[in-house]
Design a protein around this ligand. Structure first.
Ligand code: GLA
Length: 379
């Protein structure tokens, strides 16, 4: 049987996959999920490292007379196990969604009081990943309820990644690892926009743009590491609300943050530009670096920022990030990234996919509005 410590071996690097929510919300079905699994293979996403195919909210409609969770028979007529088998036969892994409270965020049955029963069901369905949400909770303690689900998953004897979706409300970075979580959301929901926090229809706060989420990650880097990751929410790359430049920045920043890379677009219908962002292997290698260090904002000068991440081989990955409305030069000094300024280092541009030369002391690039330059610096 797994124990909470072993749970760390489930996600030695940030999980990569696809989740239905950002694009499809409640419009999920076995046809859609099966087609997405096919597209994940055909598009090169699987080869690039994406693994989990995750159905978010709305797959479930009721509990039967024995309290077992029931999948929507219209949308999943072949049943969840058959869908899991299909996904596994494509060489991928299968994820599902539930909620700590009595109901999910979309009002479907939650797991409160059914934790062991649900975990047993997920294991029987050969689920590999559980996203566990925080809606409709009462006076529950975050650490205790997520640990309860981890223990229930352990009792099922199937290794299942536990994704804590508590929105950062009760500082999950302080207890998520001890609760057996492999990743925990650090913020409220992402929306497919560059910036701006917008209240939900009920008047409570808020959905976030990419830039808002990035700001909320500052200071959390020490809580991430192999097996347990800060989760700034799923990707919006390709969903249509941002420019390709902004999507490239979104993806680069998630990679430098060692964030889980969970795509949220329609993989069946991707423009080549979007596929090229999501499958850039050099950017993904920064995210997946085995040291598991999260990048930090090392310099901020108004709208011009430098983010840097230590890599296992001693090199640094760096994002030069221009949040402003005009093109601007941005520089990184070696001292900003923990190197002496007299050092000579090789710089490679991960979006142009080319070596740009050897530099001593600093590197500068002209960065377009809302854009990034992403480089590695190797002494
Ligand atoms: C919450 C979560 C989202 C999504 C929805 C589903 O808002 O934060 O990621 O799972 O619920 O209802």
């Amino acid at each position: 049987m797994l124990c909470v410590q072993d749970a760390a071996s489930l996600a030695p690097t940030p999980p990569m996959g696809w989740n239905s929510w950002n694009k499809f919300a409640c419009n999920v079905s076995e046809d859609l999920i099966g087609q997405i699994a096919d597209a994940m293979v055909k598009s090169g996403m699987k080869d690039a490292g994406y693994q989990y195919v995750i159905i978010d909210d709305c797959w479930q409609v009721a509990r039967d007379k024995d309290g077992n969770i029931v999948a929507d028979p219209q949308r999943f007529p072949s049943g969840i196990k058959a869908l899991a088998d299909y996904i596994h036969s494509a060489g991928l892994k299968f994820g599902i969604y539930s909620d700590v409270g009595s109901k999910t965020c979309a009002g479907r049955p939650g797991s409160l009081g059914h934790e062991y029963q649900d975990a047993r069901q997920y294991a029987a369905w050969t689920v590999d990943y559980l996203k566990y949400d925080w809606c409709n909770t009462i006076t529950q303690d975050g650490h205790a309820v997520y640990l309860l689900m981890r223990q229930a998953l352990e009792a099922s004897s199937r290794p299942i990644v536990l994704s804590i979706c508590e929105w950062g409300t009760h500082t999950p970075w302080l207890w998520g690892k001890d609760a057996g979580g492999n990743l925990w959301r650090t913020t409220g929901d992402i929306k497919d926009r560059w910036e701006g926090r917008v209240k939900w229809p009920a008047g409570d706060c808020c959905s976030n743009g990419v830039v808002d989420i990035v700001d909320l990650q500052v200071g959390l880097d020490s809580y991430t590491g192999p097996g347990h990751w800060n989760d700034p929410d799923m990707l919006e790359v390709g969903n249509g609300g941002m420019t390709d430049t902004e999507y490239r920045s979104h993806f680069s920043l998630w990679a430098i943050l060692a964030a889980p890379l969970i795509a949220g677009n329609d993989l069946r219908d991707m423009r080549p530009e979007i596929r090229d962002i999501l499958t850039n292997k050099e950017v993904i290698a920064v995210d997946q670096d085995p040291l598991g260090s999260e990048g930090k904002r090392v310099k901020k000068n108004g709208d011009l920022e430098v983010w840097a991440k230590q890599m296992k081989d001693g090199s640094r990955a760096v994002v030069l990030f221009n949040r402003g409305s005009a093109e601007h030069e941005i520089s990184v000094n070696w001292e900003d990234i923990g190197y002496p300024n007299h050092l000579e280092a090789a710089v490679r541009d991960l979006w142009q996919k080319k070596d740009v030369g050897r530099f001593t002391g600093k590197f500068s690039a002209l960065v377009v509005s809302h854009g990034v330059a992403m480089i590695t610096v190797k002494p």
